[in-house]
Write a protein that binds this ligand. Sequence first.
Ligand SMILES: [Zn+2]
Length: 73
Amino acid sequence: MLRETNGEWNGGNGRWCRACKQPIEQGQAATRLTFDQDPHGFDGLTGDYHTTCSRPYASIARALDALSRFPRG
Ligand SMILES: [Zn+2]
């Protein structure tokens, strides 16, 4: 991935959308997704997303969650 730095982004919280690889600007709706199989984000799944970008991933997360659900007790 090519990471470019431009004057528009001064770091700050430095949140990047995992889906579209664009910075999440202040005022943009953002969602944090946490995947059980990638709790620390090493696989590039867990992290911050634009809310619009997160929708397909949130669906995947829910599906994986359903698949990984085991009976308890
Ligand atoms: Zn995005």
